[in-house]
Design a protein around this ligand. Structure first.
Ligand code: HH2
Length: 290
């Protein structure tokens, strides 16, 4: 029986993503990588053509489409996705529309429907699932010195996600289409990220599946550097154990979709953690995955 949580493998078709920028810019390499993630057990493939790392420059819809469409088509043509759902990581309605036509059944919008006024109608009309993520500011500026500031970060993120869910539902999106994400690393200090992970269970009160994306993020690199007395954040290649630790904790606190670059090791860690938690996790999980 497959577990009631899902692993979302990251397929970045970008020159500038923070951990794998340029590695899969070529469509064939990206398709091969996507199929490798399926072989590792990915339930969802999240294909993105625009980096959202701090400081990243926006790209046009045309360029984003030029990057992602051949990859979505290639995955479909290979016929080896074995039921893995395709997700498009975009905040542009034109990109999402073309991706849905090419087989995507999830729109992962890091702006939570604020980036493009046409996005909410696209999600409502097409009936696809969508992931609404919290972000303070925008990628180009969100981690600048001086910010980000919150009253209580968990309360603020929760109120934001609740408002976005209501907005989507008012515009005709079915509540059952929506997943919510606290947006780890998006306009947050290390302390904010840790507080959100520690108190993640409070977000389960929103009644929708929670997505978390901690994979290889810089707060992991900085915690490890501080612990080891190193000046620079440890490199992304050394962030897998921290990625696993945070995903296991997120599972225990009620998350049910895990967005990661390294699918196989995270899947194994989650399987053992879920077995250990037994009923305590399943009870929460089953109320959330419908
Ligand atoms: N994180 C990134 C991108 N998209 N989507 C959701 N729902 N949640 C996340 O935490 C999230 C996301 C950033 O990671 P990555 O895609 O590896 O980097 P980049 O944005 O530089 O391409």
């Amino acid at each position: 029986m497959s577990p009631p949580y899902r692993v979302m493998g990251v397929v970045n078709v970008t020159p500038d993503s923070f951990s794998d920028g340029g590695a899969f810019l070529d469509a064939d390499a990206a398709v091969a990588h996507a199929l490798e993630l399926v072989a590792q057990g990915a339930d969802i493939l999240d294909v993105g053509g625009e980096s959202t790392r701090p400081g990243a420059e926006p790209v046009s819809a045309e360029e984003e489409l030029r990057r992602v469409l051949p990859v979505l088509d290639g995955i479909a043509a290979a016929g080896e996705a074995h039921g893995a759902q395709l997700s498009i990581d975009t905040s542009k309605a034109d990109v999402a529309r073309a991706a849905v036509a090419a087989g995507a059944s999830i729109v992962n919008d890091v702006t939570a429907l604020r980036g493009d006024p046409e996005m909410v109608a696209l999600v409502a009309d097409s009936g696809v699932q969508c992931c609404l993520m919290h972000m303070l500011g925008e990628p180009r500026t969100m981690q600048r010195a001086g910010g980000p500031r919150y009253g209580d970060v968990v309360d603020d993120v929760k109120a934001f996600l609740e408002e976005r869910l209501e907005f989507a539902v008012r515009a005709g999106v079915g509540e059952e289409q929506v997943m919510l994400d606290p947006g780890i690393g998006f306009g947050k200090t290390i302390a904010h990220n840790l507080e959100l992970l520690d108190r993640l269970a409070e977000l389960t009160a929103l009644g929708r599946p929670l997505v978390v994306g901690t994979s290889r993020k810089s707060f992991i690199g900085r915690i490890l550097a501080d612990t080891a007395g190193e000046a620079e954040p440890v490199q992304t290649e050394r962030r897998l154990p921290g990625t696993i630790a945070t995903n296991v904790l997120a599972l225990e606190r009620g998350a049910s979709v895990f967005r990661v670059h390294d699918v196989a090791p995270v899947r194994d860690a989650l399987a053992v953690a879920a077995a250990t938690l037994g009923e305590r996790w399943t009870v929460r999980g089953t109320t959330q995955t419908s």
